[in-house]
Design a protein. Structure first.
Length: 306
């Protein structure tokens, strides 16, 4: 049996993918005749969407903004389920910086990966709070996520991009009372699916039953992990033995509620897709505000019993 290849979204596995691991461990993919292989993207060759387009994997997890940009460019890729129903990014700082709200970032150094979408989000949050986004001093951190120790050492006054359900939970030599984490959803960010699960249109057309079976097992895994997050801990710890068990457990508890909407997993919500596309177009990140149309195919998910 050829393994069904699923490309995850980051440099290493983290608990946002626990549903895949739990479903595989419990044999739910094999019940559908599927053998699952979980892969990580090689940044040298692009992100998960680039791998998906080349046929290096069968399914991939990716940020919704990247799918919209590729759809605007005419690429035959589609989302078939949502992994998260909200944003995961956060602004992090320390109490002693005096930064108490987004507008306080004006005139201060903010470390981040200065992608067009990231810069747009910072501008949106600062301006929405009455601050001057042009006065924010951006420190290019590349793909590196700054730690509280970096902020304490003066690398920057704050950071943007780390996840409140992962990096913000990691142990630090900096006392917890000094650490400040603001999820972007609490600061007026547009609503969006942080990560989506998708495939090439060719896969959807040529292997529809396999897509249905894959989604059925995947939904079962995420629903089980959402109901009992620590049920995934052993399976996930084997995939990431270099992270403390306590961190994995805390992250599982934090991230699990983001997988569901109305008690269901995977729901592709038009208001989030359409609103986010329009927001991205407003800031010049997306060339076509209507790129959300046809970007998601929910028919396979709809066929999974509640």
């Amino acid at each position: 049996m050829r393994p069904l290849r699923v490309m995850l979204e980051y440099f290493h596995p983290w608990p946002n993918s626990a549903g895949f691991y739990l479903a595989r461990e419990r044999g739910w993919y094999r019940q559908h005749g599927l053998e699952l292989a979980l892969l990580l993207p090689d940044p040298w060759h692009g992100d998960g969407l680039a791998h998906l387009l080349r046929g290096d994997c069968d399914f991939a997890v990716f940020p919704s903004n990247r799918l919209l940009v590729r759809r605007a460019g005419g690429e035959p890729l589609r989302a078939i389920a949502a992994i998260n129903q909200c944003g995961l990014e956060a602004i992090q700082t320390l109490t002693d910086t005096g930064i108490a709200r987004p507008r306080d970032l004006a005139g201060r150094r903010l470390a981040m990966n200065p992608t067009p979408r990231g810069l747009a989000m910072v501008r949106h949050l600062v301006a929405g709070d009455g601050g001057d986004p042009d006065a924010v001093i951006v420190v290019d951190a590349g793909t590196r996520e700054l730690r509280p120790e970096d902020l304490a050492a003066g690398v920057a006054d704050a950071s943007f991009g780390g996840y409140w359900a992962w990096e913000a939970l990691m142990d630090s030599r900096i006392d917890a009372a000094r650490r400040v984490t603001w999820p972007v959803d609490t600061l007026g960010a547009p609503a969006y699916h942080s990560y989506l699960l998708g495939a090439h249109e060719r896969t959807l057309a040529e292997r529809p039953q396999q897509v249905r079976d894959f989604l059925a097992a995947t939904a079962r895994g995420f629903l089980a992990a959402a109901a009992e997050p620590l049920a995934a801990l052993d399976a996930y710890e084997r995939a990431t033995p270099y992270f403390p068990r306590e961190l994995l457990a805390a992250s599982l508890r934090a991230i699990a509620p983001t997988w569901l909407h109305g008690g269901r997993w995977g729901q592709l919500r038009q208001p989030l897709l359409q609103g986010y596309a329009q927001w991205l177009a407003q800031y010049g990140v997306l060339a076509d505000a209507d790129a959300w149309r046809g970007a998601a195919d929910g028919r396979f998910l709809a066929e999974i019993p509640a």
